[in-house]
Design a protein around this ligand. Structure first.
Ligand code: URA
Length: 193
């Protein structure tokens, strides 16, 4: 019996990562060094969703390894979480040229991967970093400054939108509000900070 006629293979994070590595659904694949599917444990209690890989992530094949990634690591530590306990993903899995924002069409082409990751990981809380991630998960036209800090839902999951760490590097004053949002996440996960 040909393989494609066999029983359907159950979805898994590895399967998604392999498909991401072969994906040609939008033009971003042309410029990638490595695709960045995301990483973290199945059933992580917290999932973080960023925008898309930058240069260092594109070279490493891993999310949030550059300066913004270091800040994200510090943000997670502030609520007593290590990176390896958290699933870290992006809206788009390949680097947009010159670090421009992904277009709506690129985000849409990549959306099924993120949806499958969220379904598999099934986190209690999704921390939504910045406008691109907020638009992908909450709908177009949202302003992060207007919606940050306010719980919303995606199915049975709780979503907390906050500022993107790259934005915090440009405007460190916004760290005060971000810390309030992180404390909300910690409280939801019953973590004492
Ligand atoms: N910014 C993002 O949104 N994602 C990364 O993986 C790195 C930087």
């Amino acid at each position: 019996m040909p393989e494609e006629m066999g029983p359907p293979v159950p979805d898994s994070l590895d399967k998604i990562a392999q498909e991401v590595g072969r994906c040609v659904a939008c033009g971003l694949h042309q410029g990638r060094t490595r695709a960045v599917p995301g990483e973290g444990p199945l059933h992580a209690r917290l999932m973080v969703v960023g925008e898309g890989p930058g240069q260092q992530e594109d070279e490493a094949g891993r999310p949030f390894v550059g300066r913004a990634g270091q800040l994200l690591t510090d943000m997670l530590r502030a609520i007593h979480l290590e990176r390896h306990e958290v699933f870290i993903a992006n809206v788009v899995k390949c680097r947009p040229p010159e670090n421009r924002n992904p277009t709506p069409a690129e985000a849409e082409a990549c959306a099924p991967f993120l949806a499958r990751q969220i379904a598999l990981v099934d986190p209690e809380v999704v921390l939504v970093l910045g406008r691109t991630a907020a638009e992908a998960l909450m709908g177009p036209g949202v302003r992060i400054s207007a919606i940050r800090g306010v719980w919303t839902t995606l199915g049975h999951r709780a979503l907390m939108p906050t500022y993107h760490p790259a934005y915090l590097l440009r405007d460190p004053r916004k760290k005060v509000e971000t810390w309030e949002d992180l404390k909300r996440v910690a409280q939801r996960l019953s973590i004492q900070v």
